[in-house]
Design a protein around this ligand. Structure first.
Ligand SMILES: Nc1nc2c(ncn2[C@@H]2O[C@H](COP(=O)(O)OP(=O)(O)OP(=O)(O)O)[C@@H](O)[C@H]2O)c(=O)[nH]1
Length: 485
């Protein structure tokens, strides 16, 4: 998101800069046209009235009055200087005293080159008679090849600056009319650089003073006036020795873009913060969920353990035992291996309870389990089926071997002396053994047959092992096998 936003903002900024550059260049074209028309008009006026100074001096003042009635707001003064540099005529009123203008630059230029009838545009000068800052447009007055003076039309600097101020170049921008002599003629800006230009000479390093540069251009750099970073467009007016400048401040033309950028950056920051907060939230929720899942798994496994184990004896619970029988039966079927089942029951256990009490009975049940587990292999399954009845699953075991195992169990219990709170006790067990048939058998049928065999063992006098009926894989007769007679 940030990369895309950054790329978009950079692209937008380039577009805004380009638009500002176009605006500045267009403004210089308009100002050039304005200056050219002012210069053309001023020069035409100079040449028109100058003729009357020599040819019709009597009508001269009348001609001046008529022209001023038409263009009076633009002209501060019409003046004539004689060959000695003295003011001999001013449209502002009768000339009194000796006003020596021989030091003016225009007088010197025309005095030295009387044959060059060329318009001279002065630097801003403070009028001795008018008392205002103006730019003077002058030509030499020559009579029969002889220099007789200088004709002057003064246009007040305000004429330019008032016009420039009407153009909006932003709070920090400016418009300037500068001479190639590096002296500004008029500058207008909202920041105060208006008419007080006395003594200002711009740096020679400005690109528009370099004649090797194009006559019009646009660049970004420090302003010649206040050294502030600016976008500067210029046009050189080659025949007049003037340059028009439009200077725009990036602070102005980028202000609305910067506001938009700040808003977008703020929005992106808020969005990022929200996304980050959401990610953190998700992280904690997920972690909690995973924690809960792990805890649940632990509880489930503990619960499963509880359910799968008989709490009194530690043998497999009935449910778990029957499930294990299903599993082992399927496996034996799949692999074609043998499987046997022993169903065993404590003999006359009721008497133990009745004689010594229930707690002693519990001890006996627990001890018998321990004794049986001691005999069995690791992969045999010993489970409590309920009360004093137990079962043993014997994978990979045929009927004969299962009978041997049952016999071992019977013997170890028979021989054992079980310590109890009421003194040592001896008990016995009866076992029924069944084995998986090669075909058409099931876990429940295997149980039924083992239970039947157990019933036979009980019926035959207890403390003995009986096999199920003939037809099973174990070798047995139709009669129950009694391991103890
Ligand atoms: N102490 C104790 N006794 C139990 C438990 N479960 C069952 N019993 C007892 O086991 C006895 C089983 O008695 P019966 O079913 O009559 O069997 P038996 O006395 O062992 O006689 P045969 O099985 O015929 O030899 C009952 O007295 C039950 O109360 C147990 O968890 N703890």
């Amino acid at each position: 998101m940030w990369v895309a936003l950054n790329a978009w903002l950079n692209h937008e900024q380039v577009l805004v800069e380009q638009a500002a550059g176009n605006d500045a260049m267009n403004l210089t074209i308009a100002f050039e046209a304005h200056i050219q028309s002012v210069v053309r008009y001023a020069d035409a006026l100079v040449q028109d009235i100058r003729e009357d100074v020599v040819e019709d001096p009597n009508d001269f003042e009348e001609v001046v009055r008529e022209e001023l009635q038409v263009y009076g707001n633009m002209i501060a003064q019409v003046a004539v200087i004689n060959a000695a540099g003295r003011l001999v005529y001013s449209s502002l009123g009768p000339v009194t005293g000796n006003v020596d203008l021989s030091g003016r630059e225009h007088f010197q230029v025309h005095l030295e080159n009387p044959s060059q009838d060329k318009l001279f545009i002065s630097k801003p000068v403070l009028g001795r008679v008018s008392g205002i800052w103006s730019i003077q447009f002058t030509r030499p007055i020559v009579d029969e090849g002889k220099f007789v003076g200088v004709f002057v039309i003064s246009i007040p600097i305000n004429f330019f600056t008032d016009f420039y101020r009407k153009i909006n170049v932003g709070p920090s921008g400016l418009i300037a009319l500068v001479g190639k002599d590096r002296i500004p003629r008029a500058v207008a800006s909202k920041s105060g650089l208006n008419t007080t230009l006395d003594g200002i000479v711009l740096s020679q390093d400005e690109p528009y003073f370099d004649n090797t540069n194009p006559a019009e251009g646009l660049y970004r750099g420090a302003s010649a006036f206040d050294r502030v970073d600016s976008l500067v467009a210029y046009r050189r007016l080659e025949h007049t020795g003037l340059i028009v400048l439009v200077q725009l401040s990036p602070t102005d033309y980028l202000s609305s873009f910067n506001e938009r950028r700040q808003f977008l950056l703020f929005s992106a920051t808020v969005t990022s913060a929200l996304l980050f907060a959401f990610a953190i939230f998700l992280y904690f929720v997920t972690r909690q969920h995973l924690g809960n899942t792990a805890a649940l798994k632990q509880s489930y496994s503990a619960l499963r353990q509880l359910v799968s184990v008989d709490l009194l004896t530690g043998a497999r619970s009935r449910g778990d035992f029957l499930e294990a029988l299903e599993t082992e039966f399927s496996r034996a079927e799949r692999h074609g291996t043998e499987l046997s089942l022993i169903w065993l029951d404590l003999d006359h256990f009721k008497r133990v309870n009745d004689t010594y009490g229930h707690p002693v009975g519990d001890t006996v049940l627990s001890q018998v389990t321990t004794l049986c587990n001691g005999v069995l292999r690791a992969h045999d399954v010993f489970g409590r089926l309920g009360g004093e009845e137990f079962g043993v699953i014997l994978p990979h075991t045929n009927g004969m071997d299962a009978l041997d195992v049952a016999e071992k169990l019977r013997k170890i219990v028979e021989k054992a002396v079980i310590p109890t709170d009421r003194g040592p006790l001896q008990v016995s067990i009866s076992c029924g053994v069944s084995s998986m048939l090669p075909v058409g058998d099931s876990p429940s049928q295997l149980i039924v047959r083992a239970d039947d065999a157990l019933y036979k063992a009980k019926h035959a006098g207890r403390n003995r092992v009986c096999a199920a009926y003939a037809g099973e894989t174990m070798r047995s007769s139709n009669k129950p096998v009694d391991s103890k007679t």
